[in-house]
Design a binder for this molecule. Structure first.
Ligand SMILES: Nc1ncnc2c1ncn2[C@@H]1O[C@H](COP(=O)(O)OP(=O)(O)O)[C@@H](O)[C@H]1O
Ligand SMILES: [Mg+2]
Length: 234
């Protein structure tokens, strides 16, 4: 499991995270929700070592991640899919995927590639196409597939649904659900699309101005009209 405790991050005068603490259980999806500017992206960047916490600790299993540089993360089992679907448009789908296997210092083996292609048949069909021909949904599948090439045990996803049609969002979230159920992956899912995220999450953490204001079973939050109205706007 992933455990944060007392994590504070400031950018100059802006306090992006204030004493953030919660546990994301192993083999489950934990949704991280909250308005724009709440600190969700900063939270993921802090876990993966891209931002340094001023105080607090991040632990994953029996490892202390707090002072680890981002380069160490693949070896520690972490994969981070940032906002914005950064595929390399000049490379083919397969070349993009193979880049994801390099973080551990060895070539991605054919088995992992085959597993990713089984999860995303559309990527197998288009393996030789340059990534610039892919739709938004296919690009999102490609960046998730690329992260899976490192065989992570913890997957951090930043707003995977942004700008995608509801049908495509449903497809990607179904896939994530399946991955967690079959492979025991631990997922931290940052979303503004709270309704969809809660439909697959086991746990939910809501950030408001950098503070944890809800940390509960996803079902409890989904069923609590007051909390939903107050923090999620639906
Ligand atoms: N690199 C940065 N430099 C300065 N301020 C930042 C930086 N990154 C984020 N912030 C600020 O931190 C707060 C949280 O931002 P962010 O983590 O991106 O929120 P979210 O992902 O929930 O929209 C915002 O006020 C944002 O402007
Ligand atoms: Mg963000």
């Amino acid at each position: 499991m992933l455990t944060l405790s007392g994590v504070t991050v400031s950018f100059g005068a802006v306090r992006a995270l204030r004493e953030v603490g919660f546990t994301a259980p192993a083999g489950q999806v934990t949704a991280v929700l909250g308005a724009n500017g709440a600190g969700k992206t900063t939270l993921l960047r802090t876990i993966s070592g891209l931002v340094r916490a001023q105080t607090g600790t991040v632990r994953f299993g029996d490892r202390d991640l707090t002072r680890q540089p981002p380069e160490a993360m693949p070896r520690l089992g972490l994969a981070h899919v940032p906002e914005g679907r950064g595929v390399i448009t000049e490379l083919t789908v397969e070349e993009n995927l193979r880049l994801g296997g390099l973080g551990r210092g060895r070539r991605a083996d054919a088995d992992v590639l085959d597993r990713v292609f089984s999860l995303f048949p559309v990527l197998r069909e288009r393996r030789a196409a340059t990534a610039h021909v892919l739709s938004g949904g296919e690009r999102q599948m490609l960046v998730i597939g690329r992260a899976l090439m490192a065989s992570p045990t913890l997957l951090l996803l930043d707003e995977p649904s942004l700008g995608l049609a509801p049908r495509v969002v449903a497809q990607i979230f179904d896939l994530l659900s399946g991955l967690v159920a079959d492979a025991g992956l631990t997922v931290l899912l940052v979303e503004q699309n709270a309704r969809s995220a809660l439909s697959i999450a086991h746990r939910a953490v809501v950030l408001n101005l950098g503070r944890v204001v809800v940390d509960d079973d996803a079902r409890v939050l989904a069923d609590d009209d007051q909390l939903r109205h107050a923090y999620l706007g639906f």
